[in-house]
Each structure stands twice: as structure tokens, then as C-alpha cells.
Design a protein around this ligand. Structure first.
Ligand code: BGC
Length: 422
């Protein structure tokens, strides 16, 4: 009898173990492979927050980082992986490109996760619309980066007796003062997307938001061929004289490091640059300054990072992918990620207590410019137009920047033609 009871107990225990194991296998154990290009100091810290979030939920993170700011390299690698029928779970894809991927039919529909998480009410409408293809959620937004920033080293400005510029005329005055004080006025790097980032800030500051929207969002031929665009190109070329000879080939974060070290006075770059200052232990307002790019205080060029999710066959990996989508919009993740990334949360009504003054200014200006109609998408960061046109325009801008023999007239004509690329 005693023996029988023992056997029964053992059987019950074994069955319990089996049941628990099955339940465990059903709820955990997926892998997410995530393609991104966050490899600089601040970016890597932000990416680590995403990895940690996933691991806490019992999933495995497979990093698919492709170095090269701006993401041009990452997109090339992604295309070959998808064409080979082996997509990652998630990839950093942004703006109108999401529609291009949506049309290929390789992305998964996230409507169930979005409904359960109430995404339609958590995310600003203008951003939610970008994340949908034919009305279905195909991507999750992570943050809002502002592109039209000027980063300064206040100590260098003090030594040079220079004033932080608020328009392009003042920019050239400040640049001269910095040069006389023996520092490089503007830290700049040497990739096409960096030239294009600088170009869009010049276009916004010189031409204003109506011009920016006509020329660089609607790709209106009259605006592209206008006298205003001629002034933009002339100003852009004048800026080059205030950068150093070693810029070609330099990464954007190394340009930021020049401002951090005081070798340069300024950098025009999106607020992922703030992630570098913060990673280096610098304090905003004291060790570095953030102001709107010259002439753009009343405008905001937005660049929203987002993860598109690919259709997968494996069930556990699909579950892990859904958990990833869900985690990205949680308040905890939004806070820790954006504190490191330099951006602001994309989730509405977040408490910004732990954010610095640059982030608070960005958040205020995002709301204010959206109310006034001066919130515009960044062309250099893939938010404004499809990749064929923006890629062709970026090439023209970089050739003009790098080769002084290309005249303003010639560049303007080629830019207008490049805008027609389909
Ligand atoms: C991305 C940022 C990134 C930056 C530099 C931008 O296009 O939106 O997330 O930090 O490129 O790599």
C-alpha cells in the first residue's frame, strides 16, 4: 500500500514537472534578431536598454548591428537578407520607406498588439499614420529626434568672445570669432548623410518652413528652381569654409567629440549627438549648449526611429517579436531609452522629470510647432520622401559640398532633376 502511494506521488510530481515545462516552453524561449545602426557611445547605451528589456521577458536577443550612422549601410544589408528569404525579426526602418517595405508584403500585421496596447491613443496621430500601411500597424515608433539643432561648447565661445548665433548671418560672425581664437568653428564629418543633414538645416533657416515643405517634402519644381534655393546653396557652400580639412570620412560622433574636447566650437546635428555628450558625462547648459539651428527656432524637423517587424515562421520567435513591439511603448522603456538616445519619448503624456533642458525644449517645441504647422519631416533622415528621390538628392548635395568646381547653378539644376527620381 505504502509503495503504491509513493508511486502515485511520483507520478503526480512527474506530471506536474511535465506540465510546467510545457507551459514554460509556450511562454518563453523566443529569439529576436534586431537590425539597427546604433553603434556610437550614446546609441549603444540606448540599444542595450532594448536588449535588457527583452531579456527580462525571457527572450534571447540577437544583435544585428550594421555600423554607419544614418543607416545607409544597414539598409543595403537588410535588402540582401530579405531577398534571401531570411529577414530579421525587426529592423530599424523609418518614414516613407515603411510603405516601400509594406508594399513588398514581407512585414507582419501588428494590429492585435496595437489594439491591446491602445497605440492609437498613445502615439501622436502624425506619427501613427507613418507606422501604418493600408491602415494596418506594421511598425512601432521608438522616439522623436529633432534634427535642427546647433550644439556648442560654451567655454570655447567664452574664450573667443563669440555669441551663439540665432540666424545664418550671426553664424558667420561667430565662426570668424572662433577661427581667430584658434579653434575649428564647425565640426563636420564626411558621409553623404551628414552633408544632407547640414543642408536641410540651412534650407530651413534660410528659406523658412513653407519653402522647406514645398522644396524638400512636396518636391515642387518651382521651389527647387527658385531664387531661395540659390541662396540656400550659396549659404551652404559658405559654411564649408568653416569646417576643417580632415572632415572627409569622419564619423558624426567623432565630430561631436571635437566639440566635447573643445577643438571645435559647434556642430549641426540631430539630437543623437546629445547622447554622445551625455555618454561622455557632460552636463547640458554647463558643458555644452543646445539651441535651434540658425534661423529655425520656430520650426522642428522631426526624425522618428521605428522598428518594422517581419513576418516569421517560428512560433516562439513570433511571440518574442510581439513582446518586443509591446515593450517599446512601455513608459519604463520610453524613459530609459530616450534618456540615453538624446531623443524624446514618442509616447504621449510621459513624465519628463528626469529629462534635461534640451529634451524639455524639444518636447515643448514639438507640441508648439505641430500646433502652428511648422513641424516638418527631415529629408536627410528618410522622413520626408521616398528613398529613390532622397538618395539621388543626397548625392547631388554631397557632390556640391565636396567639389568646389560644381557651380551653384549646376547643383541647383541637378537637385531639381534628382527630385524627380522614382
Ligand atoms: C537615426 C538615429 C541615429 C542617427 C545616427 C539617424 O538616421 O534616426 O537613431 O542615431 O541616424 O546614426
Amino acid at each position: 500500500m505504502r509503495k503504491l502511494i509513493d508511486i502515485k506521488k511520483t507520478l503526480v510530481a512527474a506530471a506536474t514537472v511535465l506540465l510546467t515545462a510545457t507551459a514554460f516552453a509556450q511562454t518563453t524561449g523566443g529569439e529576436v534578431e534586431v537590425l539597427h545602426w546604433w553603434t556610437s557611445g550614446g546609441e549603444a547605451r540606448a540599444a542595450a536598454a532594448l536588449k535588457q528589456q527583452l531579456q527580462q521577458q525571457g527572450h534571447t536577443w540577437r544583435d544585428f548591428a550594421v555600423a554607419g550612422g544614418g543607416g545607409d549601410n544597414a539598409m543595403t544589408v537588410l535588402k540582401s537578407r530579405v531577398m534571401a528569404g531570411n529577414p530579421p525579426s525587426a529592423a530599424q526602418i523609418k518614414g516613407p520607406s515603411l510603405q516601400e517595405w509594406g508594399e513588398l508584403g514581407v512585414l507582419t500585421n501588428l494590429n492585435d498588439v496595437a489594439r491591446a496596447g491602445n497605440w492609437d491613443n498613445l502615439v501622436p496621430r502624425v506619427i501613427g499614420d507613418i507606422m501604418k500601411h493600408n491602415g494596418n500597424w506594421i511598425a512601432v515608433p521608438v522616439n522623436v529626434h529633432r534634427v535642427n539643432w546647433l550644439w556648442t561648447n560654451p567655454e570655447v565661445f567664452r574664450r573667443a568672445g563669440a555669441r551663439v548665433p540665432t540666424n545664418w548671418d550671426e553664424f558667420f560672425v561667430a565662426a570668424e570669432a572662433l577661427r581667430r581664437a584658434g579653434v575649428i568653428p564647425l565640426a563636420h564629418g564626411g558621409q553623404n548623410w551628414q552633408d544632407f543633414t547640414l543642408f536641410e538645416s540651412v534650407a530651413l533657416g534660410v528659406g523658412g518652413t513653407d519653402f522647406y515643405r514645398s522644396a524638400l517634402v512636396q518636391l515642387d519644381q518651382t521651389a527647387l528652381r527658385s531664387a531661395t534655393m540659390t541662396r540656400v546653396l550659396e549659404t551652404f557652400r559658405r559654411v564649408k569654409a568653416h569646417t576643417d580639412r580632415n572632415a572627409p570620412g569622419r564619423d558624426w560622433n567623432l565630430a561631436t567629440a571635437m566639440v566635447i574636447r573643445g577643438e571645435a566650437g559647434m556642430q549641426l546635428m540631430g539630437d543623437w549627438a546629445k547622447g554622445e555628450f551625455i555618454a561622455a558625462g557632460r552636463v547640458p547648459g554647463r558643458d555644452f549648449g543646445c539651441v535651434a539651428a540658425p534661423g529655425t527656432a520656430n520650426a522642428f524637423t522631426f526624425n522618428v526611429d521605428s522598428f518594422a517587424m517581419f513576418r516569421l515562421r517560428n512560433e516562439a520567435n513570433t511571440r518574442a517579436q510581439r513582446d518586443l513591439a509591446n515593450a517599446i511603448l512601455s513608459p519604463e522603456f520610453q524613459e530609459v531609452f530616450n534618456l540615453n538616445k538624446g531623443s524624446i519619448p514618442v509616447r504621449l503624456n510621459m513624465n519628463l522629470e528626469r529629462f534635461d533642458e534640451c529634451a524639455r525644449m524639444s518636447s515643448r517645441d514639438f507640441v508648439e510647432t505641430s500646433r502652428r504647422g511648422t513641424l516638418v519631416p527631415s529629408i536627410a533622415h528618410g522622413m520626408a520622401v521616398r528613398s529613390a528621390a532622397s538618395g539621388a538628392m543626397q548625392d547631388v548635395v554631397s557632390q556640391f559640398w565636396n567639389d568646389d568646381r560644381v557651380t551653384v547653378q549646376n547643383a541647383q539644376e541637378r537637385l531639381a532633376r534628382a527630385a524627380q527620381t522614382r
